[in-house]
Design a protein around this ligand. Structure first.
Ligand code: EPU
Length: 341
């Protein structure tokens, strides 16, 4: 086990921003985790798991803790009569799993192609895109309790998945080591999402999961910054879920607002549309931080922007939204190192 002291975390995030970890340790297996738990206890520091850093804003002051870079690897398949389980290490890039499943001609996660981050992060966040969500295929996650060192398994029924959240967001003591996704033999392609159905209407051949994944990646390439100089964590905010009454009143004031009824009777509204058509904030910037011109839900930062700059900018956006439509928006991106005083 190699503990790097004061390791800059910026290169470990897709924002390319943030201060150092008091200690950074790579964990490839159970033994590494055991050693890291003991090390953190000796140092009287909290343990903080890090995956692909694709949904994180690391504070400029860094993290006064032991950051555990989860590197569990490996992908295996368990083939049963009417389904296949794909079991992947928590440190495997999610998109590698999409490719591995596609290469076997199996449908089920192709709409989730091109999402940055690791398998572990995908479960924590319940990633979703183009009409699909990890929760729909998640079978279980194997975990290690970072306090007791105990091994465990969380089945889908206990994972408390909802829009961009899961049990793993509340249970900070649980570290995911591997995730199994359940891919049904009779799964069919899902072209319900507008961006994808448009590709289908254009006559593109989308017969295999590999072709669909390719189409999804090309849609994403048009919506997310491609310049390696620019940092981003994808959608910075969640789409708000509001009451039916408020949604009806907003739709009256702002005709065209995309609304998505939820199973519980509430309504999800498209914040990108609000930022674009109501607030005209596409491309709006403060210093080197801005709302992306092609997708205003995405915050982009260029050097020398700091985490504090991004944070202040995001607060500004949230206040503008609240003042205009009376809705408090929540961040999708997590702040890393919040426990630092
Ligand atoms: N829109 C505009 N102007 C724009 C862009 C979008 O008005 O410049 C409107 C359009 O009407 C569009 C609607 O906003 O129908 C929604 O936009 P989009 O389809 O791009 O999706 P989104 O709701 O902004 C969500 C996820 C993304 C995911 C896409 C595609 C959240 C917070 N974000 O974005 O996930 O890729 O749908 O499924 O739910 C992420 O979580 O980091 C992420 C990128």
């Amino acid at each position: 086990m190699n503990a790097k002291a004061y390791a800059s975390l910026a290169p470990y995030t897709t924002f390319h921003i943030g201060g150092p970890a008091r200690f950074l340790i790579e964990a490839h297996n159970d033994e590494d985790i055991k050693d890291t738990i003991a090390f953190a206890r000796d140092q009287h520091l909290p343990l903080c798991p890090l995956g692909g850093g694709s949904n994180l804003l690391v504070r400029d002051q860094g993290v006064e803790g032991v950051v555990l870079w989860v590197k569990f690897d490996g992908i295996t398949f368990e083939i049963n009569e009417d389904e296949t389980l794909c079991i992947a290490g928590a440190g495997v890039p999610w998109d590698t799993v999409v490719d591995a499943v596609g290469a076997r001609g199996i449908f089920g996660i192709e709409n989730l192609a091109g999402i940055p981050g690791t398998v572990g992060g995908a479960a924590v966040q319940n990633i979703g895109a183009y009409g699909a969500e990890l929760a729909q295929v998640f079978a279980y996650a194997d975990t290690i309790n970072m306090v007791t060192g105990e091994h465990g398994r969380i089945e889908v029924t206990d994972a408390a998945f909802a829009y961009r959240t899961s049990l793993f967001k509340q249970r900070h003591d649980l570290l995911i080591t591997q995730v199994a996704v359940r891919l049904k033999k009779n799964a069919k392609p899902n072209f319900s999402y507008a961006d994808l159905s448009q590709v289908v209407r254009s006559g593109a051949l989308l017969a295999t999961s590999i072709e669909i994944a390719r189409a999804v990646r090309s849609i994403r390439a048009q919506k997310f910054p491609q310049d390696p100089e620019e940092g981003t964590a994808g959608s910075f905010f969640k789409n708000p879920i509001i009451s039916l009454e408020l949604s009806a009143s907003l739709s009256k004031h702002f005709p065209g607002l995309p609304t998505f009824p939820q199973p519980d009777g509430q309504v999800k509204i498209a914040l990108a549309w609000v930022l674009d058509h109501v607030l005209s904030l596409k491309g709006y910037s403060t210093g080197e931080v801005r709302l992306y011109e092609k997708q205003p839900l995405v915050i982009v930062a260029r050097p020398p922007a700091t985490a504090a700059d991004v944070d202040t900018f995001a607060q500004d956006i949230a206040e503008r939204v609240f003042k205009t439509i009376g809705v408090s928006i929540e961040r999708e991106v997590e702040t890393f190192g919040e426990f630092l005083s």
